[in-house]
Design a protein. Structure first.
Ligand code: PMP
Length: 317
């Protein structure tokens, strides 16, 4: 039997994943000073092709996160896109896959400063199925934890240290018997899910929380807004959402690379709408998944084909 190695890209070269190791004195490990992206690649069995979803937009957001955390790399956006394609090619998965690039502070020293602190880069891939194990609709709680504020750890950067906040909220929710949670900002308004953005359908309107609500500016969120308008003529209203509005919503759904589009059917043990997956959530979910798998050619500009293609994603408009 031939042995297939899994590779990572680590500090300038492709190495077997077991050799991609950081020293325990690395700044990012000591202080959470790394930024990352979570990118999905979708396997299309019929076309025998892997499509990376909105690769360029993810790498652009990585650069935005790097700016916030004072990281800089020797690679351009194009070069990192090409490295991601190359890594997937080398690992040659024929299943849905998660691509995880990280830029991190690599000094080996005590002291939290970002200055005089070199940046490094690594990336790995892992097989990645349904984040919620196939649950058609989620039961969530409002977390007692609050979302990190922009002046504490900016949520619009995908900063590793901030995921301690996510971890606290998610763990409590799961231990209390919920699938996930919705997190509020300090001002009491809704921010987002543990690692996904939130949409609400109420009084015939599709609504999502604003970028000023301490959310990560989700790439799936932007995709959902575009799909909703282009395919169904639903323009998304972007505004603050109160906790009590969630209880009165007709439909709720999460959006995110991991979550994709996942309906929420209960909040704090209160049924949302009819308690079943809503019609609008279902339509958006189906359309989104078709697009991701390359089944709606009109949206192929969002896809980077790995095995046969040469194109690297679309540019930010
Ligand atoms: N919020 C948080 C905190 C996240 O970690 C994620 C996942 N990246 C999202 C929202 C959704 O963002 P995206 O659609 O770009 O994956």
């Amino acid at each position: 039997m031939s042995e297939t190695k899994t590779y990572a890209y680590f500090e300038g070269k492709f190495v077997p994943i077991e050799d991609a190791k950081v020293n325990i004195m690395t700044h990012a490990f000591l202080y959470g000073t790394a930024v990352f992206e979570g990118i999905r690649a979708y396997w299309n069995d019929k076309q025998e092709e892997m499509y990376i979803f909105r690769l360029r937009e993810h790498i652009e957001r990585l650069f935005d996160s790097m700016k916030i955390l004072d990281l800089s790399l020797k690679y351009s956006i194009d070069e990192l896109c090409k490295l991601a394609v190359e890594l997937v090619k080398r690992n040659a998965p024929r299943t849905d896959t998660y691509i995880r690039p990280s830029a991190y502070k690599a000094a080996q020293r005590i002291g939290p400063g970002l200055h005089d602190n070199p940046s490094e880069f690594c990336m790995f891939t892992v097989p990645f199925g349904d984040y919620f194990h196939g649950a058609p609709g989620l039961k969530v709680q409002i977390s007692s934890w609050r979302r990190v504020e922009d002046n504490a750890i900016p949520a619009r950067g995908k900063i590793v240290g901030a995921y301690a906040n996510t971890a606290l909220a998610k763990t409590d929710a799961v231990r209390a018997g919920f699938d996930d949670c919705i997190v509020l900002s300090e001002n009491g308004h809704v921010s987002e899910g543990s690692a996904m953005n939130l949409f609400m359908v109420r009084q015939g309107k599709l609504i999502t929380t604003p970028v000023s609500a301490n959310i990560l500016e989700g790439i799936t969120r932007a995709s959902v807004m575009e799909i909703a308008e282009a395919e169904f003529g639903w323009k998304t209203e972007v505004r603050e959402i109160d906790r009590s509005e969630l209880y009165l919503a007709d439909e709720l759904f999460f959006s995110g690379t991991g979550a994709q589009v996942t309906p929420v059917i209960e909040v704090d043990r209160r049924r949302i709408g009819t308690g079943d997956v809503g019609a609008i959530s279902a339509k958006i979910k189906d359309t989104y998944l078709q697009i991701c798998r390359g089944e709606m050619p009109k949206y192929n500009r969002w896809l980077t084909p790995v095995y046969k293609g040469t194109k690297v994603g679309a540019t930010r408009s």
